[in-house]
Design a protein around this ligand. Structure first.
Ligand SMILES: [Zn+2]
Length: 534
């Protein structure tokens, strides 16, 4: 990323997201910042100014994904993707194509599902050997709890049929290893990512994000390495920013796991919002409960479709409280992963009492996901200025399970974005990539319609307007990184981060959003993505 001289961007219409001047035609940019917005072309000396014309296009602020995993998404992109593979023959064909273009000494693939295979059986090492027998191949099932590896990998990782792994299984049939590894047996072939690889993942991820019109991410990445290497990973981000290698602005939602580790990083200089415009330290992220799909999100009552399940907390309540208190003492916000209503209530109560003990005017604490809710919880969150980082695209799948999991009456007040806004809860939209594809236009579509293209819908009276959805992906998302006064709108003294689109997003039918892609994306006035014209 290099900062350049003065530029004038001309467009059919520039949507600023400011009520004082909602639209204009010209935007003047200097050193990455917007210095003027006009309806008439300003008179200027041509020699020191570049004019870029998008006269039949529209301009909007670019997107800010308020919760994702940048490194994990990059890793996902760089591996062989096997989702929607229809047969073992197709799996082999895809593996074959991939190995021919990939020079890595290890092949990793993801997301196959034998239920979708014509053959309705698990793949074996012999299937993989037919395609690749000169380096290890590891292909994970969609759930990530099972993998198939080739014979080279079995030998390479010294896996034999007599090996016993606690909490894991190595499949053997008729005295022969099949190549299937389950649960903890996967630890035999897993390796923690090297910083060189992570650098590649970040570069890959940001390229795809820019193509989607995303220029800011709030991302939880420390989970990719062991505690001992947290500082090394933070240093890598700092270095990439200093070397102008970043084209997305990164706000790190740091998961430090233990109070000791968190305190160690505070002592090393972890001050929230310190950094530069491309990499800043963010809030303390805490993973409090599990997921709705697996019935591990902790509910106040038992699961509607399983009276024996109530979900669970990942850490003890005491551990979570200690971590939170450490954050509050050090003026660091908290972003707490909470999906079940028990967990969300617990987090809200804790934030309320800690905020009394450690009052701070500009605290921006949030619940990440914030799915199973009732009116009382929403009212409390609104009253106590606790925000929600939500993923509207989750509705696509979750609308098929929520009523079963929690029953009709609780389902109605869950994912209830309109009510949340009415209670005064600030919303930041995001994708949780690589859990979901980070395409923000899909999230906009689901927030506005709450309807799947196949007709299934979910409490459509909780739909938000296009403008409300766009704010949650731009200026309101920037609120959580304390940057909404200079990011997320196209105003004077704001960052020149924007997208160029063929369609006027505000005018098209919501369904059309699913097919929108920016024709160009700018970060700090520099074009970082441009659509290839066929
Ligand atoms: Zn996440």
């Amino acid at each position: 990323m290099e900062v350049t001289m003065k530029k004038i961007i001309a467009a059919k219409q520039i949507h600023t997201l400011s009520p004082e001047m909602p639209t204009c035609k010209y935007m003047v940019i200097e050193d990455g910042w917007i210095v003027d917005l006009l309806d008439e072309l300003p008179i200027q000396d041509e020699s020191d100014c570049e004019i870029i014309s998008y006269s039949d296009h529209y301009i909007y602020p670019s997107f800010n994904d308020s919760h994702m995993h940048l490194v994990g998404y990059g890793a996902y992109l760089s591996q062989l993707r096997l989702d929607h593979t229809k047969s073992i023959a197709e799996l082999k064909e895809r593996l074959n194509q991939y190995t021919q273009s990939c020079e890595d000494d290890l092949i990793v693939g993801r997301s196959w599902n034998q239920d979708e295979f014509l053959e309705k059986r698990l793949p074996t090492r012999f299937d993989l050997d037919e395609v690749c027998d000169d380096r290890p191949v590891i292909l994970y099932r969609v759930c990530g709890h099972i993998a198939v590896v080739n014979s080279f990998a079995l030998k390479h990782y010294s896996i034999n049929k007599d090996l016993v792994v606690a909490g894991g299984m190595i499949d053997v049939e008729d005295g022969v290893l099949t190549g299937i590894l389950r649960e903890n047996a996967l630890s035999l072939v897993s390796r923690s990512a090297e910083l060189e690889d992570i650098k590649k993942y970040i570069l890959n991820a940001q390229k795809q994000l820019n193509a989607y019109g995303i220029t800011s991410v709030q991302t939880d990445d420390l989970i990719m390495v062991s505690k001992e290497r947290h500082e090394a990973l933070l240093a890598l981000f700092r270095e990439m920013s200093h070397k102008n290698m970043l084209t997305v602005r990164i706000y790190q939602q740091s998961q430090f796991f233990t109070v000791e580790n968190f305190q160690k990083h505070i002592d090393l200089g972890y001050v929230q919002n310190s950094g530069d415009l491309f990499f800043k330290y963010g809030p303390l992220k805490i993973l409090a409960d599990g997921s709705l799909g697996a019935r591990t999100a902790k509910l106040k009552s038992h699961y509607h479709d399983d009276p024996n399940a109530q979900g669970l907390l990942i850490h003890s309540e005491n551990e979570v409280l200690k971590l939170m208190e450490c954050a509050f003492e050090n003026n660091i916000d908290v972003a707490i992963h909470g999906i079940g209503d028990y967990t969300i209530q617990f987090a809200v109560d804790a934030i309320k009492s800690l905020a009394t003990k450690y009052p701070r005017q500009d605290a921006r604490n949030a619940i990440v996901h914030c799915q199973i809710m009732d009116h009382k919880l929403m009212r409390e969150m609104g009253t106590h200025n606790i925000s929600a980082l939500v993923q509207p695209v989750f509705l696509e799948y979750d609308m098929t399970i929520v009523k079963n999991r929690v029953g009709e009456s609780l389902a109605k007040t869950s994912y209830a974005y309109k009510s949340m806004l009415n209670y005064g809860i600030k919303l930041g939209f995001g994708s949780d990539a690589p859990v979901e594809d980070p395409n923000p236009f899909r999230s906009l579509y689901y927030a506005i319609t709450r309807k799947r293209p196949d007709g299934l819908e979910y409490y459509t009276d909780e739909s938000v307007t296009f403008d409300e959805a766009l704010r949650a992906f731009t200026v309101d998302a920037a609120y959580f990184s304390h940057e909404d006064h200079f990011k997320g709108r196209l105003l004077k003294k704001h960052l020149a981060d924007f997208i160029v689109t063929r369609e006027d997003l505000r005018q098209i039918k919501p369904m059309e959003l699913l097919n929108v892609r920016p024709t160009a994306t700018y970060v700090g006035g520099v074009c970082v993505y441009e659509e290839k014209v066929m």
